[in-house]
Design a binder for this molecule. Structure first.
Ligand code: NAD
Ligand code: MG
Length: 385
C-alpha cells in the first residue's frame, strides 16, 4: 500500500490522479488532499478517499469545510501553513498539482522532507528550479516529472547515462492556432484559445499552449530537471501529440516515448514508479493514425516561445518575471480585458523592465513574483485581480 498526498486534488491533474487511485484502491492510501476554495468538492474527495487531512487554501472557507467533514475522521485546515503540512505529512508520495506559484512553498516542503514528488506544478521548476534541485540533492528527494513531455524524457533516459545525452527534443502540438494566420491569432477569443485540439487541461495551461508559452515554460523545466543548457534543448511541432518527447544520444540514436494524449499515462507512471500500472487510456493505433507530422516552430507568430528561451538563457530572476507576467496576462485575457497578442507583449515588456538580484530563497522568488505581478497589472489599462 503506497501512501499519497494529493495537492490540488480538485483540479484537472488532481481528478485524473483520484480516478487512477480509486481504480486501484488496494494499492494506494490517501493521507492528505488540498484545494484552493471549493470546500464542497474537497470534502467529497476527503470522504471518498478517507484522507486524514483536508486543506483549503482560502481561510474564509474553513468553517464550511469543517461543517462538511463533521462526523468523518478527516481534519479540516486552511491557509499556506496547512498546505505545507499536507505536503510534508507522513505520505511516501506527494502529487504536486497546485497550479501557479501558490504551489511553491508546498512543493519545497515536500522536497525538503525528502519525499518522492510527482511534479505537475511546472511553475515550481520554472521559478525556483535551481533552489528545488539543490534542495532535492540535499534531502535525497526524488522528482518524478508528470508533465507529459518531461515524463517522456524521464522514461527515455531510464537505463542510459546522462553524460551520453546530446539533445532533448520537446514536442509541441502547436495548439489551436497552429495553422492560423497572424491576423486570426490577433483576433483570438478566450473560447478559441482554451479549445485545445489534443489535450483536455485547465484554462491557464490551455491558453499557454495556444501562445506556445507552455512549451517555453517546459524548456526551462527541462533545463532544471535534466541539467542541459538551452543549446541542447530543442522544440519540434508535432500536431498528432503521439510522440511525447525525444532524447538524442551521442551515437545519433533517438529514443521517443509514444502514447495517446492522455495525462493519466504520465500520472500512472509517477504513481507506480519504478513499476507500472494499468490505465484505461486509449491504446495507440498507429495504422489508424497513419501519419505523424513534424515542423519547426514559427517564432514570429508565437513570440512567447522565443521570450521563454531568452529568459532561460538570461537566468537569475528572468524566468520568474516571465512566469509572473504571463500568469497575470493570461488571467486578464481570460477575463476579456486584453487581446491575445497582448499576452506576449506584456511578458516582453516585463522582461525588458526587470532589474532583480538572483533569488536565494523561496521568499526571494515570491517577492520577485509579487513585484512583477504588480508591475504587469500597472502596464494594463484595465483593472487586475
Ligand atoms: P487546474 O486549474 O485544473 O487545478 C489546479 C488545482 O490547484 C486545483 O485543485 C485548485 O484548487 C488548486 N489551486 C489553485 N490555486 C490555488 C491556490 N492559490 N492555493 C492552493 N491551491 C490552489 O490545473 P491543472 O490543469 O490540474 O494543472 C495543475 C498543474 O499541473 C499546473 O501547474 C499545470 O501547469 C500542470 N500541468 C497540467 C497538465 C494538464 O494536463 N492539466 C499537464 C501538464 C502540467
Ligand atoms: Mg506538457
Amino acid at each position: 500500500m503506497r501512501t499519497i498526498s494529493i495537492l490540488g486534488a480538485t483540479g484537472s491533474i488532481g481528478k485524473s490522479t483520484l480516478e487512477l487511485v480509486e481504480r486501484n484502491s488496494g494499492a494506494f492510501s490517501v493521507t492528505s488532499v488540498t484545494a484552493a476554495t471549493n470546500a464542497e468538492a474537497l470534502a467529497d474527495i476527503a470522504r471518498r478517499t478517507k484522507a486524514k487531512l483536508a486543506v483549503v487554501a482560502d481561510e474564509g472557507r474553513l468553517s464550511d469545510l469543517q461543517q462538511r467533514l463533521t462526523g468523518s475522521d478527516c481534519r479540516a485546515a486552511a491557509g499556506e501553513a496547512a498546505l505545507v503540512e499536507a505536503a510534508s505529512d507522513d505520505s511516501e508520495l506527494v502529487i504536486a498539482a497546485i497550479v501557479g506559484c501558490a504551489g511553491l512553498r508546498p512543493v519545497m516542503a515536500a522536497v525538503e522532507a525528502g519525499k518522492t514528488v510527482a511534479l505537475a506544478n511546472k511553475e515550481a521548476l520554472v521559478t525556483a528550479g535551481a533552489l528545488m534541485i539543490d534542495a532535492a540533492q540535499a534531502s535525497g528527494a526524488t522528482l518524478l516529472p508528470v508533465d507529459s513531455e518531461h515524463n517522456a524524457i524521464f522514461q527515455c533516459l531510464a537505463g542510459n547515462c546522462r553524460k551520453d545525452v546530446s539533445r532533448i527534443i520537446l514536442t509541441a502540438s502547436g495548439g489551436p492556432f497552429r495553422t492560423a494566420s497572424a491576423e486570426a491569432i490577433d483576433a483570438a477569443t478566450p473560447a478559441q484559445a482554451v479549445a485545445h485540439p489534443k489535450w483536455s487541461m485547465g484554462a491557464k495551461i490551455s491558453v499557454d499552449s495556444a501562445t506556445l508559452m507552455n512549451k517555453g515554460l517546459e524548456l526551462i523545466e527541462a533545463h532544471y530537471l535534466f541539467g542541459l543548457p538551452s543549446s541542447q534543448l530543442d522544440v519540434v511541432i508535432h500536431p498528432q501529440s503521439v510522440v511525447h518527447s525525444m532524447v538524442e544520444f551521442v551515437d545519433g540514436s533517438v529514443l521517443a516515448q509514444l502514447g495517446s494524449p492522455d495525462m493519466r499515462i504520465p500520472i500512472a507512471y509517477a504513481l507506480a514508479w519504478p513499476e507500472r500500472m494499468a490505465t484505461p487510456a486509449e491504446r495507440l493505433d498507429l495504422a489508424t493514425i497513419g501519419q505523424l507530422e513534424f515542423a519547426a516552430p514559427d517564432l514570429k507568430r508565437f513570440p512567447a516561445l522565443r521570450l521563454a528561451r531568452e529568459a532561460l538563457e538570461t537566468g537569475g530572476a528572468a524566468p520568474i518575471v516571465l512566469n509572473a507576467a504571463n500568469e497575470v496576462a493570461v488571467a486578464s485575457f481570460l477575463a476579456g480585458q486584453i487581446r491575445f497578442p497582448d499576452i506576449a507583449r506584456l511578458v516582453d515588456e516585463a522582461l525588458s523592465d526587470a532589474k532583480f538580484d538572483i533569488p536565494h530563497s523561496i521568499g526571494d522568488v515570491l517577492e520577485i513574483d509579487r513585484v512583477t505581478r504588480d508591475q504587469t497589472c500597472g502596464m494594463m489599462k484595465t483593472s487586475c485581480s
